[in-house]
Design a protein around this ligand. Sequence first.
Ligand SMILES: C[S@@+](CC[C@H](N)C(=O)[O-])C[C@H]1O[C@@H](n2cnc3c(N)ncnc32)[C@H](O)[C@@H]1O
Length: 251
Amino acid sequence: MGLGTFWGISAGAGDPDWITVKAARILSTVNWVACPQNAAGQPGLAYQIVRPWLRPEQTLLPLHLPFVTQPEVLQAAWRVAAQQLAPLLERGEDVAFICEGDVGLYSTFAYVAQALRQRIPALPIQAIPGVCSPLAAAAALGSPLVLGSEKLAILPALFALSELEQACAWAEVVVLMKVASVYPQVWQWLAERGWLQQASLVVWAGWPQQTLFPTLEGLADYQPPYFSLLILRSRPRNQDSLNLENELQLE
Ligand SMILES: C[S@@+](CC[C@H](N)C(=O)[O-])C[C@H]1O[C@@H](n2cnc3c(N)ncnc32)[C@H](O)[C@@H]1O
C-alpha cells in the first residue's frame, strides 16, 4: 500500500463560496479532514468556512496549534500534529489540512507539512492555493489592491515601525497583517504623518460580521479584532489609476 497525500487546502478568507473548485473537489474525496482547533479545543475558523462542503461521514481531526511565538512550544505542537496524522498517511489515507485564507500566506500548513516530511521523507504533499485576506479585503473595499506599476509589501505585524517606514519608502501599497497587536502604535504613526486618510482597515473580510473602515480618521481608540488587516497607500495613485478606480466603483 502506497502513502496517502497530505493536502493543504486553502479555505479562503471567510465566505465559503471563495473556496476553489479544486479544493472543494479534493475535500469531497478525502475521509480525513485536519484543521487547527480554537482555544476552546473546538475546530477553528477554517472548519467554519469549509463546513458547507463537508460530508457527515468524514472524520474531523482538530489539531492543537497554539497562537504563541515561543519556538519550542510551536515546534512541539507541529511534531504532535505530525504524530497524529502520520499513521493515516502511512496506511495510504489522504488527509486534507484546511487553513483559513491561503495555505501559503502566514499559515501553519508549511510547518505541519515539514514535521510530517521529517517523519515520512517520501510523503506526497500538495498545496491548493486560495483567496488570501489581503485580496479579500481589497475586494471588500471595492478597490483593486495594486494597479499598473504599483509595488506591494506585506508585513506580518511582528514588525518594528522602522520596517513600516522602509516598506512605505519602497512600496506604494503596504498591507499589515495581524495589525490588532500593534494598532495603537500604527495609528499614532499614521496620525503623525497625516496619513490617516490613506489607510483602510478591514475587519472579518468575507464573514457576516465584516466591517469596513475606509479611513482611520477618528479611530484612535478602536480595538481591532485579530481578524483585521490594514491597507496603507504610501503615495497617491497616478491619475490613470485614479480614473480607472473611480470609473470601476467595485461593489
Ligand atoms: C495567521 S494570518 C493568516 C493569513 C491567511 N492564511 C490568509 O491567507 O489571509 C492571520 C491574519 O490574517 C489576516 N486575516 C485573515 N483572514 C482575515 C479576514 N477574513 N479579514 C481580515 N483579516 C484577515 C489578519 O490580519 C489575521 O491577523
